[in-house]
Design a protein around this ligand. Structure first.
Ligand code: PMP
Length: 381
């Protein structure tokens, strides 16, 4: 939680930096040197990177040498799919760092609950040539959606990819730390992570690539990260990411408390405002995410009122915040555009308490009532 009286409910955008990660980073900042240098200073930094690599690998259930540190999940996604000259098949609910880095793209529809339609994926894969020349094609799917929290049917999608010899890239950014990633990694050829979604610093992440599998480099230069990602490593960032990975691995069971809190939040929202829509509410979802809209109330107005009341939530995804336009994710789910423009996302963290939810509910109920009564007054005038 942020200090003071603010209530921070935007953890899917960025979770607060863990004090343990901040302390480890501060200690690293004071070490002079370049981790590629052979002297003692350089080697101390190299050892810190390798310790962090082991912690990230343990979070994923992969081998340390399968971890490639990047500047974040945006770069990891771009690396996994952007360098491909061939086609990438993905769902319409993918993060922009997937969709906007694909050159030859085939976007598959999702159902009204925000899950990819597997029959469309099967049809698409069935059209690939059966002579093995389909190996340049990849499928990119997220494990859980950042706006709705809806969890994707990865096991079935992975089986289809395997049958067709097609690379599966999984954006596991939002699922990381909230569920055991090992079964997800077992299904994937590559997987992306972001440090700041699990309480590490911003500007660092990882691409996990199966041993022996080839990926084109995005940036040429030095031989860092076993020649897979050039550039002197962001050592303090990587160290903070390692600490966050280690701590979040031990907290997976704690999310059940947040799930119960989320269910109460949604129940109360429906009780206060029966016409509220909660997107993806019939699907398997992350324990912390609620995406909701009230007909006739634009998200920007609601966000401003909530912010003034000390509550931080976001509209759609924070990556496109600043400009509040309707969300491509909700559009892919077939949600009416007017209703989608009212969507706000409430995303809890492990430090969210019931009294924070109560503060949100009071401020949200008040804002909804005020906006609706203002509109009625305006119409009467
Ligand atoms: N994928 C998903 C699902 C995300 O939510 C985000 C962050 N909004 C990213 C990728 C990009 O992560 P980063 O901020 O580390 O570039």
């Amino acid at each position: 939680m942020l200090a003071g009286t603010r209530v921070y409910l935007d953890h899917n955008a960025s979770a607060p930096l863990r004090p343990e990660a901040a302390a480890a980073m501060t200690a690293t900042f004071t070490i002079t040197g370049n981790p590629s240098s052979v002297h003692r200073e350089g080697q101390a930094l190299r050892a810190s990177i390798e310790a962090a690599r082991a912690d990230v690998a343990a979070l994923v259930g992969c081998a340390p040498e399968e971890v490639v540190f990047t500047s974040g999940a945006t770069e990891a996604n771009a690396m996994a799919i952007g360098g491909r000259a061939n086609r990438v098949i993905c769902s319409g609910i993918e993060h922009p760092s997937v969709i906007e880095n694909i050159i030859k793209i085939k976007v598959l529809p999702s159902n009204s609950q925000g899950k990819i339609k597997l029959d469309h994926l099967a049809d698409e894969l069935a059209q690939l040539p059966a002579d093995g020349s389909n190996h340049g094609t990849a499928v990119a799917l997220m494990a859980a959606n950042n706006e709705t929290g809806v969890i994707q049917p990865l096991a079935l999608a992975a089986a289809l990819c395997r049958e067709n010899g097609v690379w599966l890239h999984v954006d596991a950014v939002q699922l990381a730390g909230k569920a055991n990633l090992a079964p997800v990694w077992a299904l994937s050829d590559s997987l992306s992570l972001s440090s700041h979604k699990i309480g590490g610093p911003t500007g660092v992440g990882a691409l996990i690539v199966r041993k022996g599998r080839f990926l084109e480099r995005l940036i040429g230069g030095g031989g860092q990260e076993m020649k897979r990602r050039a550039g002197t490593e962001n050592v303090p960032g990587i160290v903070g990411f390692g600490v966050a990975s280690r701590l979040s691995r031990g907290e997976i069971d704690d999310w059940s408390r947040i799930r119960a809190q989320r269910d109460r939040l949604e129940e109360e929202m429906r009780r206060h405002v029966p016409e509220v829509s909660i997107f993806g509410d019939e699907a398997d979802r992350l324990p912390n995410t609620t995406c909701a809209a009230v007909p006739g109330i634009a998200a920007d107005l609601l966000l401003m009122r909530l912010d003034l009341a000390g509550i931080a939530v976001s509209a759609g995804s924070a990556c496109s915040a600043g400009k509040i336009s309707s969300s491509p994710v909700l559009e892919a789910m077939g949600i009416d555009a007017c209703l989608a423009r009212g969507a706000i996302r409430i995303s809890q963290g492990l430090y969210t308490e019931n009294h924070h939810i109560d503060r949100f509910l009071a401020a949200w109920g008040d804002a909804v009532r005020r906006v609706l009564s203002h509109e009625v007054t305006a119409m009467v005038r």
